[in-house]
Design a protein around this ligand. Structure first.
Ligand code: SF4
Length: 331
């Protein structure tokens, strides 16, 4: 038996009265293989409620400054009682929540910044020796979601495999590819293999495979990072091998992934960006319907050890749906 966050099972118990439905997790609850709990509701907090975050001193404060530590602790204790009563041997809990988050939580400033740490309930579970995974880890490792394949007329988007290292290196060693995106050209097949393990194996990151050859020619993904500060946001990133530039491949791949973002993953906003001078990437974003938001001078580019001028654009679900319905997104 598992214990899972109730909001992941589709119950609207989030602070804003919404849910975080993951159909695969709802299904294991319905099969009787998991019990769903909401520690914050068990602690007596109402729904909707003012959002709360763990402070650097360990207290939990609401955004209005109310100390809700006692409710968080008593709710987590009640959830632990249910966990023991049902003989739960593992947990799947909502990432980054001040109760249910594992490994990373918001930093207490209500600005979307994240810091290492775990939610109140997760700490109790881990202290009791009960392993915890986030829903994101579950979807990748246990649920086989990393086997998601998206298809378009010319392309197949599928997870990267270490066996792709040779093909990937062929394109990623070209200094015209990585540096304009903010990462250095790959130096060896082993370097590429390490990048596949450490970076490209992330959830919702796909090899762009040319249907006619069956070989990868680039990469595309939805990433959780500084631009995507909320759970219903992601940042779109992509690169292509030079021989495939100017053939409409990046927009074709991105349209498939944006459909997944807004329909399957139920995201509300997808961010995108490009460094000054990367006119190709700018054109791709415009074709996809992204709207320019702002420019930052001196944006850090950590992998290159420098700063650059960076332009940021945004595609909302409403804009995406309007473009789709008008047929603009199909070109
Ligand atoms: Fe979901 Fe946990 Fe927050 Fe409840 S406390 S809404 S179960 S993340």
């Amino acid at each position: 038996m598992l214990i899972v966050s109730k909001c992941l099972a589709g119950v609207p118990c989030r602070y804003d009265g919404k849910d975080n439905l993951v159909p695969e997790i709802k299904a294991i609850v319905e099969r009787g293989e998991a019990v769903a709990v909401c520690p914050e509701v068990l602690g007596g907090l109402p729904t909707p409620r003012v959002p709360s975050e763990i402070q650097p001193d360990g207290r939990v404060l609401s955004k209005q400054g109310e100390d809700v530590t006692a409710q968080f602790v008593s709710g987590a204790a009640r959830a632990m009682t249910l966990c023991r009563a049902h003989g739960c041997t593992g947990a799947i809990l909502k990432a980054r929540s001040p109760s249910c988050g594992k490994g990373v939580v918001y930093d207490g400033s209500f600005t979307g910044k994240r810091v290492p740490g775990s939610g109140v309930f997760v700490k109790m579970l881990l202290d009791a020796g009960i392993p915890v995974m986030t829903e994101e880890e579950y979807l990748v490792t246990a649920c086989g979601k990393n086997e998601t394949v998206l298809e378009t007329e010319r392309l197949i988007l599928r997870p990267w495999k270490e066996a792709d290292a040779g093909e990937c290196f062929f394109y990623a060693k070209d200094p015209r590819v990585g540096p304009i995106c903010g990462w250095p050209a790959h130096t060896s097949v082993e370097h590429t293999r390490q990048v596949i393990r450490d970076v490209l194996a992330a959830p919702e990151t796909y090899a762009i495979v040319l249907r006619e050859t069956g070989l990868p020619i680039g990469s595309i993904g939805l990433h959780r990072n500084d631009l995507a500060q909320k759970d219903d946001e992601a940042e779109l990133g992509y690169w292509l091998g030079v021989p495939f530039w100017g053939r409409g491949i990046a927009p074709e791949a991105a349209r498939a992934l944006l459909r997944r973002a807004f329909e399957d993953l139920r995201l509300a906003r997808v961010w995108c960006g490009y460094y000054d001078g990367n006119e190709q990437s700018k054109r791709v974003q415009e074709k996809l319907g992204f709207r320019y938001q702002w420019t930052t001078d001196g944006a850090p580019v950590p992998q290159m050890g420098e700063t650059r001028k960076a332009h940021v654009s945004l595609l909302t679900k409403a804009d995406w749906a309007a473009a789709r319905d008008s047929g603009e997104g199909r070109q």
